[in-house]
Design a protein around this ligand. Sequence first.
Ligand code: ADP
Length: 158
Amino acid sequence: MKAIYPGSFDPITYGHLDIIRRAAMLYDELVVVVLINDAKKPLFTVEERVEMLKETVGELPNVTVKASPGLTVNFARKEGASVIIRGIRAVMDYEYELQQSTINMMLADEIETVFLLARPEYSFLSSSAAKTVASYKGDLKHFVPNNIAKRLEEKLHK
Ligand code: ADP
């Protein structure tokens, strides 16, 4: 069975990485997809985010990384995937995810959204938190892998 894991990944954090590893164990194939949404004013370009994801999950044999504009369900259909993976950290995520996945259900009822709970050690972790800490030159070792910490530093301080 094939699944997709859509998100902004601006940039990938240890929380995303954990969800990717766990989803890759559950499904035969996992496509991590950077959804192009310029309304969010991302720090990194789509190409940079794809590159960072590839660097980080490259060793996982059944995981590929792509980028896509438009609706998540259309991407899932194009890929022949029947599952959308999302991560849930707290009640705050639930409200947003409930809305998104209900809309997706109405658009494509053959596609299921499967939620994986964040591990407790990552439940505080977000791309925004990593960017804030990086902007004040804080230690990123609990937030993102080394290669991503370097990219954040280059982007924000060079
Ligand atoms: P989006 O803009 O689509 O929310 P994100 O890159 O912020 O994109 O998140 C992608 C998915 O990963 C979302 O389902 C989000 O809830 C989940 N996620 C983000 N951070 C974590 C984390 N620390 N642990 C588990 N899931 C997470």
